[in-house]
Write a protein that binds this ligand. Structure first.
Ligand code: ADP
Ligand code: MG
Length: 238
């Protein structure tokens, strides 16, 4: 569960075409990284996959079923953003539980799932705190916890570490890699950070101006870049 197939996905805002026909296959359980220059369409592509933006045309299948017209809540996807978007007036526990409450999940089931996510993310000591009483790294862990409790088959991360300082980025990156191993879920992850891309990815998708330049494993892209753009992007420190 959690495979994804995109065919000729296009997205325009007015007459500005941002995604110019994206084809992509993601296997169940894969860790896929999107890289590319600012403005090339990475966030838009994640938002189209999540259903937060409608594609202008194209096909999007999850586990073989067309979902292009399926509302976001029914796609089995959870998205983690760069800004944590936590509710300031709710405790950590209630922030993690809110989505499940809204979905009408059984109370005991909510308790179980929140406890599991909290333990996985070492958030137990902070469950009664409010977001303002947490560090940036802890807040981002709560945002990840909020995604985990929904037990999605597909996680989308949009530059989740870019608001964290260098040491926390390394620690949180290792935690995300650990979560991927434990949850065995499919993860698609946007980053500007080459180290994140090279260490986390099974597969890297290099995007440029709304198109895919190359898809391959970190080593394939590094050793056999398809063109100068990919060579420049993967090879150069950023
Ligand atoms: P990236 O995440 O790769 O930096 P984005 O997907 O955020 O790029 O944006 C790609 C392009 O789409 C940019 O030119 C951006 O200005 C434009 N864009 C994104 N969202 C909207 C929107 N809601 N309305 C109009 N233009 C948008
Ligand atoms: Mg973006």
């Amino acid at each position: 569960m959690g495979s994804l197939q995109l065919k000729s996905i296009r997205k325009a805002f007015g007459d500005h075409e941002v995604l110019k026909g994206i084809d992509l296959e993601v296997k169940d359980g894969e860790f896929v990284i999107f890289v590319g220059p600012s403005g090339c369409g990475k966030s838009t592509l994640l938002r189209v996959i999540a259903g937060l933006e409608d594609a202008t045309s194209g096909s999007l299948q999850i586990d073989g079923a067309e979902v292009i017209n399926t509302p976001p809540a029914k796609r089995g996807i959870a998205m983690v953003f760069q800004s944590y978007a936590l509710y300031p007036h709710l405790t950590v526990k209630d922030n993690m539980a809110l989505g499940l409450k809204q979905a009408g999940t059984d109370k005991q089931e909510i308790e179980t799932r929140v406890a599991k996510a909290s333990s996985m993310l070492s958030l137990d000591p902070y469950l009664a705190r409010r977001p303002a009483e947490l560090s940036g790294g802890q807040r981002q862990r709560v945002a990840i916890g909020r995604a985990i409790v929904r037990e999605p088959k597909l996680f989308l991360f949009d530059e989740p570490l870019s608001n964290l300082d260098a040491a926390l980025r390394v620690q949180t990156r290792l935690e995300i890699a650990g979560l991927h191993r434990r949850l065995k879920a499919t993860m698609i992850y946007v980053t500007h950070d080459q180290v994140e891309a090279m260490t986390l990815a099974d597969k890297i998708v290099v995007l440029n101006a709304g198109r895919v330049e190359q898809i391959g494993s970190p080593m394939e892209l590094y050793n056999r870049p398809a063109n100068l753009f990919v060579a420049g992007f993967i090879g150069s420190p950023q």
